[in-house]
Design a binder for this molecule. Structure first.
Ligand code: BG6
Length: 609
């Protein structure tokens, strides 16, 4: 997944805004970046660089003249996560056509680019890069007969796959065309006459005031200060929304990394999630989403998600089975789309996604909607594709999440799904005493989280020991197994230590063979109904000289190291052990000097399949 951006206006230097836009989109892909700026006289100047956006800024800075404000200079820019072709300057975007007139930036994957390339080569087109995107620029040149929009429409008809593209043509200095299918793209502007295209809204905070979310198959043709949107070739109108600046503003404050700031934001995010939804005076749950979901009709629930969101689905499935009595399945979206997907009247598909733009999840959602299946979204980004395609849902109110390794979004998803399960369980006769106990403990949750965050320095000392190992196991039972999976993923994502999550009770059936002094185990064992069973697992490991780090609210004899969490109840413990595991992963990665906010090979959400 990549980030694409366009700016045209009188207020700012085009380079300055494009670089700022790229800096804010960098969490989407950060192996190389580029931009092309067109002067009022139509001359275009492209700049590309491998590595972070700062490398490109340095290159542009070098050309000091570039930074002077020049009315109506405009440009397109791109930050890349390589899909086709290595991380080289050649493969950086923007790409241009053989005649040097068409410039393009692209987020997505063109699946039939080799076939198109062959066709163009047979017409003497040559190619300097290994990318699918350069093929699009030459296809536009191939179809261009003086009408810019027509050339784009004819090109798009040939493309198979996913794309959000921004295209400029030197013979049309006052025009730009943006189009999307599969990958997100939005148009934005302000009253001062500045225009923007961006892969997401977050990059526009402080610049644009109005935003237009583009739909699948939309093409936007901007000429001077007017724009025309066509949908599958037919002129159409799209709603114009106000940009919520406060929601979008992101800064690290004085935290070393966005991830650490996002870990510390969690208590307040939980309080935000409760607003207008959970009343702890009369213990009522009152969210429109709850009332709109016709919960009484569902007997089965299937959670569909990827990465960390999948683990939130795993945890929610335990709650829906335990508290609501539903039968549930949790599906990894990239695998679920390979299965025969069936819908039934009493089956609800729940889509969990921080970004709301993960292509694998969207693919499943479309397959279910084609069959009129019931869908519910748990999404963080308003206006995102999954938020707009699901029938009903809850926003997780976690503000913008920048750290590529998701933290606060997991907690927010888990709390929203916990409230949903409680609402359904109460409707289905959950004993009021049990319901009230859980609600009471949920009210304490932000404060309980803060007591764990206060131990950050101690957890860093535990992390120091973990930096000595290449492999480790995360073990858990019942509600703690999804947390073991999430904790192992966090450690892998940012420290590059190979961590494997495992059902603690399954260890003895094979994997125990891997336990030795070099492979420590992290046992999530709060004082819940599983405590005794976990004690026997601890002894099993110790008997094989394995090292055991325990996360629990009780002092555990035999543990080599222990991280304490506050006392609570089984339903709430997972939200506490998770915080301790997040901080542990963060400190291990920081002690190993990893690029925590932008770990290698990853991206914030993958908008290509
Ligand atoms: C990956 C991110 O690309 O996508 C993970 O690195 C994330 O952090 C996963 O959990 C799923 O993304 P989303 O936005 O659908 O929750």
């Amino acid at each position: 997944m990549c980030g694409i951006f366009w700016y045209k206006g009188a207020q700012h230097s085009a380079e300055r805004v494009l670089l700022h836009g790229l800096e804010r989109l960098e969490y989407r892909g950060y192996d190389s970046a580029g931009m092309v700026v067109v002067e009022a006289d139509g001359t275009a100047q492209a700049r590309k660089s491998v590595g972070a956006v700062t490398n490109l800024s340095t290159k542009v800075e070098h050309e000091r003249k570039w930074l002077t404000d020049r009315a109506y200079a405009y440009g397109i820019a791109h930050t890349r996560r390589a899909t086709h072709g290595g991380v080289t300057e050649q493969n950086c975007h923007p790409h241009w056509s053989n005649n040097g007139k068409v410039y393009i930036v692209h987020n997505g994957i063109i699946e039939n680019y080799l076939k198109l390339k062959k066709m163009l080569e047979s017409k003497w087109y040559t190619f300097y890069s290994e990318t699918d995107t350069e093929v699009i620029s030459n296809l536009i040149q191939h179809y261009y007969e003086g009408n810019f929009l027509e050339a784009i429409e004819r090109t798009i008809r040939e493309l198979r796959g996913a794309y959000a593209i921004l295209v400029i043509h030197q013979d049309h200095p006052d025009e730009i065309i943006g189009a999307r299918l599969g990958s997100p793209l939005l148009l934005a502007y302000n009253d001062a006459g500045d225009f923007y295209f961006s892969s997401d809204a977050q990059a526009l905070s402080g610049y644009a005031e109005k935003i237009v979310y583009l739909e699948e198959g939309d093409i936007v043709h901007i000429k001077s200060h007017d724009f025309l949107i066509t949908s599958w070739g037919k002129p159409t109108l799209r709603p114009v929304e106000e940009l919520n600046q406060q929601e979008l503003a992101v800064s690290k404050w004085d935290y070393k990394h966005f991830m650490l700031k996002e870990i510390y934001e969690q208590p307040n995010i939980v309080r935000r999630i409760y607003k207008g939804r959970a009343n702890f005076v009369d213990y009522k749950l009152t969210a429109d989403a709850f009332h709109g979901m016709q919960e009484e009709r569902y007997q089965d629930m299937i959670f569909v998600a990827c990465g960390t969101s999948y683990h939130a689905g795993l945890l929610a499935s335990y709650r829906m089975e335990e508290l609501v009595g539903l039968s549930t399945r949790v599906e990894v979206a990239s695998e679920y789309e390979n299965k025969p997907i069936r819908v039934r009247d009493n089956l609800l598909h729940i889509f969990i996604s921080q970004s709301g733009e993960t292509a694998d999840s969207i693919e499943c959602l479309k397959l279910i909607k084609e069959q009129d299946g019931q869908t519910f979204g748990v999404v963080n980004v308003p206006g995102s594709t999954i938020a707009r395609l699901t029938d009903n849902g809850l926003f997780t109110r976690a503000w913008t999440e920048i750290g590529v390794a998701s933290t606060k979004a997991f907690t927010a998803q888990s709390v929203c799904l916990m409230l949903t399960a409680l609402f359904m369980a109460k409707k289905r006769g959950l004993r009021y005493a049990v319901y009230k106990d859980i609600m009471h403990e949920l009210e304490q949750l932000p404060m309980l989280m803060e007591t764990i965050l206060d131990q950050s320095d101690y957890i860093r000392s535990v992390a120091q020991q973990l930096t000595e190992y290449q492999h480790c196991f995360y073990l858990g039972r019942h509600y703690q197994l999804p947390i073991a999976h999430e904790a192992a993923l966090k450690l892998k994502e940012i420290s590059y230590i190979h961590a494997q999550a495992y059902p603690a009770g399954e260890l003895k059936h094979g994997t125990l063979a891997l336990i030795d002094e070099q492979t420590p185990s992290i046992l999530l064992m709060p004082h819940d109904l599983m405590f005794e069973k976990n004690m026997s697992t601890l002894q099993e490991i110790k008997a094989r000289n394995g090292k055991v780090l325990v996360i629990s609210d009780k002092k555990v004899p035999g543990a080599d190291r222990q991280i304490m969490i506050p006392e609570s109840i089984p339903e709430v413990y997972p939200l506490l052990t998770n915080i301790a595991a997040q901080l542990l992963a963060y400190h291990v990665a920081d002690l190993l000097n990893r690029n925590i906010d932008k770990p290698r090979n990853l991206a914030k959400s993958v908008t290509v399949k």
